[in-house]
Design a binder for this molecule. Structure first.
Ligand SMILES: NC(=O)c1ccc[n+]([C@@H]2O[C@H](COP(=O)([O-])OP(=O)(O)OC[C@H]3O[C@@H](n4cnc5c(N)ncnc54)[C@H](OP(=O)(O)O)[C@@H]3O)[C@@H](O)[C@H]2O)c1
Length: 311
């Protein structure tokens, strides 16, 4: 089968090549991958991994063979799934508890946006507890996680302030539920019960000045790659506030992946979560799409289609 193979020492960091079919374990289904999405975190994974490794965490497709254990969806079921890697391939082995069934009105492209970015949006927001009437600040709001988090927070009753990098990045965020859109975190006014912080560096330092007493800053990324220096005195205006680190893979028990994916799918199906598709291209165009994402020219999620006529 074809897969996008890591080639860190070649002329291109990744190449479409023939590789061996996956051999699923007894709890794993074999899934025909129709679409997958690209995450900012995956951009740096090429150089970190060995020649021959296949990246890919977010996949949507059809179960070709049910897990031998009998668990999970049967052959022919449309699904979305989260895998650790080896997702950017024509077929993938998927643990049966890491999938959710797709209703007919959720496309493979929409579904592929959900695993990493959707779970991150959903679960970082849970750190804020009940959000009705609370002020929530979301950095990187125009990005993959951000566009989903804005919508879920607004749907949960929060008053959402969306932070974007420039005037060309604010389009559509008000329609997604943001009460305010500000250019740069320095322009946010007042204090917030919950801050989703992925900029790092000066953005995290400013977030500490904006959190309210007993409020929470969830640190889930470092898009700027800059460090932050903090001191106890920085928290003077927000006693008992906290900084919470976050990793979607370990944030909740393993068995919660399926139910949380199903929850996200249900929100898309009922129209209350609209994945923002910044690019929908053939997987043969992955390098161009990756460059768009790296250069902050992607609004929402980048989705790659393995077989254009199937999606
Ligand atoms: N901890 C976890 O489990 C987890 C899970 C998923 C993602 N992440 C991390 O969370 C962050 C957001 O992920 P994503 O998939 O939403 O990424 P994305 O689609 O690339 O969006 C990132 C957003 O961050 C903003 N940004 C601010 N400063 C930036 C900088 N110096 N360089 C690049 N972007 C900058 C950009 O804003 P503008 O477009 O307005 O300029 C962009 O919209 C990334 O750092 C990612 O690695 C962590």
């Amino acid at each position: 089968m074809l897969a996008l193979v890591n080639t860190p020492h070649g002329p291109s960091p990744i190449e479409l090549r023939e590789i061996a079919e996956p051999t699923p374990a007894s709890n794993e289904a074999l899934v025909d991958v129709h679409a997958f999405s690209l995450n900012r975190g995956e951009l740096s994974s090429f150089a970190r991994n060995k020649e021959g490794w296949v990246p890919g965490q977010d996949i949507a497709g059809v179960v070709r063979r049910q897990a031998a254990s009998g668990a999970g969806p049967v052959a022919g079921t449309r699904v979305v799934a989260l895998v650790d890697d080896f997702g950017w391939a024509e077929r993938a082995a998927v643990p049966s508890h890491r999938m959710a069934v797709l209703p007919d009105n959720v496309s493979f492209t929409q579904a592929a946006t959900l695993p990493v970015a959707g779970l991150t949006a959903l679960r970082t927001l849970r750190h804020g507890g009940t959000l009705v009437g609370r002020r929530v600040l979301i950095t990187g709001a125009a990005g993959g996680v951000g566009t989903l988090a804005v919508q879920i927070a607004a749907r949960s009753g929060a008053h959402v302030t969306a932070v974007v990098g420039g005037p060309n990045r604010s389009a559509g965020l008000t329609a997604l539920g943001a009460s305010e859109v500000v250019e740069g975190i320095d322009n946010a006014i007042g204090r917030f019960a919950l801050i989703l912080e992925s900029g790092g560096g000066a953005s995290l330092a400013k977030a500490i000045q904006l959190v309210e007493a007993r409020g929470t800053i969830v640190v889930f990324g470092n898009s700027s790659t800059e460090s932050t220096t903090i001191s106890f005195a920085d928290f003077r205006g927000a006693p008992n506030s906290r900084i919470q680190s976050f990793s979607y893979f370990t944030s909740e028990p393993e068995e919660r992946f399926g139910p949380d994916l199903a929850l996200l799918v249900s929100l898309v199906a009922d129209g209350s979560l609209k994945p923002q598709i910044g690019a929908e291209r053939s997987w043969r165009d992955i390098l161009q799409v990756a460059e768009q994402l790296r250069a902050r020219r992607m609004a929402g999620k980048a989705v790659l289609i393995t077989a254009p006529n199937r999606a």
